[in-house]
Design a protein around this ligand. Sequence first.
Ligand code: ZN
Length: 80
Amino acid sequence: MNKDLSCQESVELVTDYIEDALPPEERWRFEHHLSYCPGCRTYVDQIRETIRITGRLSREETLTPARRERLLSQFRSRRR
Ligand SMILES: [Zn+2]
């Protein structure tokens, strides 16, 4: 379980990370991923911004598979 997180795995952890609900080890792996992945850092910022604006986080709205897939493809196209 020392493998680095993929972007997809990281995106799935973002809400738990922001809610401070990750176990320490997962949190460390997540932060490690953020340290070298600008795309996922941007995603965390976007979620934080969403929470700031709406005052709450809707898990359903934020992490539907379709939205996640859209964000991931945005990351990919940004990297090109
Ligand atoms: Zn990533």
